[in-house]
Every structure is written in structure tokens, then in C-alpha cells.
Design a protein around this ligand. Structure first.
Ligand SMILES: Cc1ncc(COP(=O)(O)O)c(C=O)c1O
Length: 481
């Protein structure tokens, strides 16, 4: 029997998911019943006093009192003190099942000891940074190339955001073309040019407070899954400077929140070839979570450029990198004096020994343990269980997964878009609030999710733990009836 290599055991039927999602947003919301919600919120007042004290104080020194977009803020942020495997503990000593997993990087589970030991060794021998070359930079680049042969050369950077910036810069330098096309609603970090069509397709510069018009003037978005719209942009751009890159998350925007049909990436590849644009896969989430070959291995599509983040340093700091065709990546060749015309990138702490050793051993351990597949099995079990609860209570909610990325859409806010601006204006706020409430309700039962609608599973999620979590989910979902 062939060993399963990827986290996705069976690719979903995208049409079926969209039919369910459209069903969800075409009917009134089904939030938690008011008296039950009050009960869930009481948890925070009675059990999370230290978190409240800390985050109230933090508001005086930190804008909004919290620094991560993913830190769940309703009714107030929880202060976390300890992380281990599938669990987190807060400042009041409460234990949670952790389905945030730091936003994706820790496929091995949080604070995985064998990697931590290698990091300790590096700290003792070398410290976190020297500013000079270390052998682990080479080892990591070789390893990434072994897993993803399309990544012929690799440059390590500080974050996914930086790495997207670098990929776009290389694409423009190499092709001498101007435009970058992304999918509406997709998040590719917060650089000036990518805060465009964020979260909600068709919204262009809606969120670009503080960003000059010129900075995003060469960024375009196309509607999720609309290859016809992508082609129109490519045709139009041909007469006004050309398209340097098309950047996609291979599972669809926001880790597959708007999923793509299986052949979507291949079709984008063909369009890129026709118009001479570089196909750029943002594998910040999928890079190694989906399998050691990434989404490119799973879909069998070879991108010109690949952007990494999260898993590339196993959840340790400075998680970013860009790789791909050697002729394109060579535009980054560093060194004093340089090589003439080059795309300039840098970073004092980029490619430091600590990040490289953490990334190297995390990836090796993920390969050895088959962690992406184990995490994917946990995702399958969680999704099956959620679906059974949804069916049991006759709720309109939608559960589906791409391996270890599990979606549980209850408010449908992520599915609103500008094609129906009246509904968007009317429903955005209340549906967003419902999502916040769902996240808080799950947390009151000891479950941490990503913003109330997404769960990342890890190798540490045993069958028993998933079953325990399903009981907790059921307490909340039953309260929506
Ligand atoms: C698909 C994708 N691209 C880019 C980024 C940005 O990465 P970072 O947060 O490391 O800057 C993220 C972050 O969540 C992401 O999910």
C-alpha cells in the first residue's frame, strides 16, 4: 500500500460546498440564544480575571491592548502562559484545546521538544544571530529543494509579508513587467501593495488607510475562481505594461475559505504561460502543512515562485522565505557590490541560525513522523464530527476541511462580497459580531479557534482529544437551536 503523502485524503466537491455556503448566507443568522450566550460570557468574568487585568493594563501601552490580528479579542483578549502539544493554558490557569496552533506553523504541535532541544543547542553554541553565513542556511535550502524541486534556489526572510514583497520585486525585475494580480479576498500580508481587496472580494483599497494610491496602483484583484476575470486583466494589462506575477493561495483565499476546484491552479498556470506572467504560489499556510511537497506537490502544478512563512521555521521567529526558478531568484544575489542590476532585499535578522536550525529540524521531524498526514486525519475526524452535530440539530452551518485546515462557517460573514452591496452593508456588522460570539462561546468551553470559524489541527491531536473537543463544540452549537 502506498503511504499517504498529503494531508488531504479526498479533495472536496467545491460546487457542493458553495451550494451550502450560499444556503447559509441566504437565510437569517442563527446565533447562540441570548440567555445561553450570557452564560458563556459569564465564564470570562468569573474564570479569566488575570487575563482581564493584564489586557486592561496593556491597553494603556499597546494600541488596542493586543498585537496579533489573530488574538481573539471578544469579550477581551486572553493572556496565554503555557503551550504544549495540543494544549494552551492562560494566565488564570485555564486549559484549552488549541485549534489556533499559532495561525498554522506548528504541525508537530506547540513547543515540540525535539526541535526545542536543537534550538537550545544552537543558542548555546552560536546565539540567535551573528550576521554571517551559517551552515544551517544551506541545509534548510537543500531540504526545501528536496521536498519541492521547483524551489531551485531559496532566500530566507523575516515573514510571509516580506517574502511576498520579495517575490513581487523579483517578478517585476525579471519580467520587466508592471502589474501583479491577486485573488479578491486573499491575504498575502500587509505590505502597501497587498492591502488591496482584503478579506472581501471587490473591495480594492477599502482597508488601505495610510497607504498612498500609487503604492497599490499596479495591484489588481480578480473574483475568486473566475478564470475569465483573470484572463480579462491579463489581456488588458498586455497593452499597459504587462503582468509580472499572478499570486494565489493554491487552496483558495484565506486558507481555502473560498475553496477552488481541483484544476484551478493548473488553469492559472496555463494563463500565466500564455501571458508571460510568473505564477507565484503563496504557500505560507500550505507550505508543509499540506504535505512535505506543499500544495504544488498535491496539485501537481509547478509555480515559478513560492512564498514561505509559518512552517519554514517551525513556529520559531523570523518565518519567511521565497524560492523558485534559479534564473528569477538570482535577481536577489547579495553581497557588497552586488551583481549589477538586482532586486534589493535584506534583513538584519533574516536567515539567522536559530530560525534555520528550527526550520530544518521541524521539517525533518515532520517528514519522519508524517505529521502533515496525521494532522490531516485529525482534521477529517473533526470535520466528520462537526457535520454530524450540524445534521443532528438541523443547523444551516457548513463544515469542510482541506486536511488539517478545518472550516466551520456559522455566520457566513466571509462569504459576503461586493456583488451584493446592499446585503454587504446590511449584514457585515451583525454577521461579524455573530462570529465573535461563536469564538467566545467556544473559548468558554475550552476551545481556541481562529477567529471563531477556522481550526488548524496538529499531529498532537489524538482521536480522544478530537472527540472531547466535539462534545465541547456540541454544547455551543446546540445553543443555536
Ligand atoms: C497566505 C498568507 N500569506 C502571507 C501571510 C503573511 O505572513 P506573515 O504573518 O508571516 O507576515 C499570511 C499570514 O497569515 C498568510 O496566511
Amino acid at each position: 500500500m502506498n503511504e499517504q503523502k498529503y494531508a488531504i485524503s479526498e479533495y472536496h466537491d467545491t460546487n457542493q460546498i458553495y451550494a451550502k455556503l450560499n444556503g447559509l448566507i441566504s437565510q437569517p443568522m442563527r446565533p447562540v440564544k441570548r440567555e445561553k450566550m450570557q452564560e458563556f460570557l459569564n465564564y470570562f468574568d468569573t474564570q479569566c480575571k488575570r487575563s482581564k487585568e493584564l489586557t486592561d493594563e496593556a491597553k494603556k501601552f499597546i494600541p488596542g491592548g493586543v498585537q496579533h490580528n489573530l488574538a481573539f479579542n471578544y469579550p477581551f483578549p486572553i493572556a496565554i502562559e503555557k503551550a504544549d502539544g495540543a494544549y494552551l493554558w492562560d494566565a488564570d490557569g485555564n486549559q484549552y484545546i488549541d485549534f489556533l496552533q499559532a495561525g498554522g506553523p506548528t504541525v508537530l504541535g506547540s513547543n515540540y521538544a525535539p526541535v526545542r532541544e536543537k534550538v537550545f543547542e544552537m543558542l548555546q553554541s552560536c546565539g540567535p544571530v551573528t550576521g554571517l553565513f551559517h551552515e544551517y542556511e544551506l541545509k534548510l535550502a537543500q531540504l526545501v529543494n528536496r521536498f519541492m524541486p521547483a524551489v531551485e534556489m531559496f532566500r530566507m526572510l523575516g515573514s510571509g509579508t516580506e517574502s511576498v514583497m520579495a517575490a513581487i520585486r523579483a517578478a517585476r525585475a525579471f519580467t520587466k513587467k508592471k502589474y501583479v494580480i491577486k485573488v479578491g479576498g486573499a491575504y498575502h500580508g500587509w505590505s502597501d501593495q497587498m492591502v488591496y481587496g482584503l478579506h472581501i472580494p471587490g473591495t480594492g483599497r477599502l482597508e488601505s488607510t495610510g497607504i498612498p494610491r500609487g503604492a497599490s496602483a499596479s495591484t489588481e484583484e480578480f473574483f475568486p475562481n473566475s478564470l475569465a476575470s483573470l484572463k480579462r486583466h491579463l489581456i488588458f494589462n498586455r497593452i499597459r505594461g504587462g503582468t509580472a506575477a499572478v499570486i494565489v493561495e493554491p487552496l483558495g483565499p484565506e486558507s481555502g475559505t473560498r475553496p477552488v476546484p481541483f484544476d484551478f491552479n493548473q488553469k492559472v498556470r496555463e494563463l500565466c504561460d500564455e501571458f508571460g506572467a510568473l505564477l507565484t504560489f503563496d504557500e505560507v499556510v500550505t507550505g508543509f502543512r499540506l504535505g512535505m511537497g506543499g500544495a504544488q506537490g498535491f496539485f501537481g502544478v509547478k509555480p515559478d515562485l513560492t512564498v514561505f512563512g509559518k512552517c519554514i521555521s517551525g513556529g520559531y521567529p523570523m518565518a519567511g522565505g521565497v524560492g523558485g526558478r534559479a534564473d528569477v531568484i538570482m535577481t536577489f544575489a547579495a553581497g557588497i557590490g552586488g551583481t549589477g542590476e538586482r532586486a534589493y532585499i535584506g534583513g538584519t535578522l533574516s536567515a539567522n541560525p536559530l530560525s534555520c536550525v528550527a526550520g530544518y529540524y521541524s521539517l525533518l521531524e515532520m517528514e519522519r513522523t508524517n505529521a502533515p498526514v496525521l494532522a490531516g486525519c485529525a482534521g477529517d475526524r473533526l470535520t466528520r464530527g462537526l457535520q454530524a452535530i450540524i445534521d443532528k440539530y438541523g443547523l444551516p452551518f457548513v463544515a469542510y476541511n482541506e486536511g488539517s485546515i478545518v472550516h466551520l462557517e456559522t455566520s457566513g460573514v466571509m462569504l459576503l462580497d461586493l456583488r451584493n452591496p446592499i446585503r454587504l452593508a446590511r449584514e457585515l456588522k451583525p454577521r461579524k459580531h455573530m462570529l465573535e460570539e461563536m469564538g467566545a462561546a467556544y473559548m468558554s468551553q475550552g476551545l481556541i479557534t481562529l477567529a471563531g470559524s477556522r481550526m488548524y489541527t496538529s499531529m498532537a491531536d489524538t482521536d480522544e482529544l478530537i472527540d472531547q473537543s466535539l462534545n465541547k463544540f456540541e454544547t455551543v452549537l446546540a445553543a443555536c437551536v
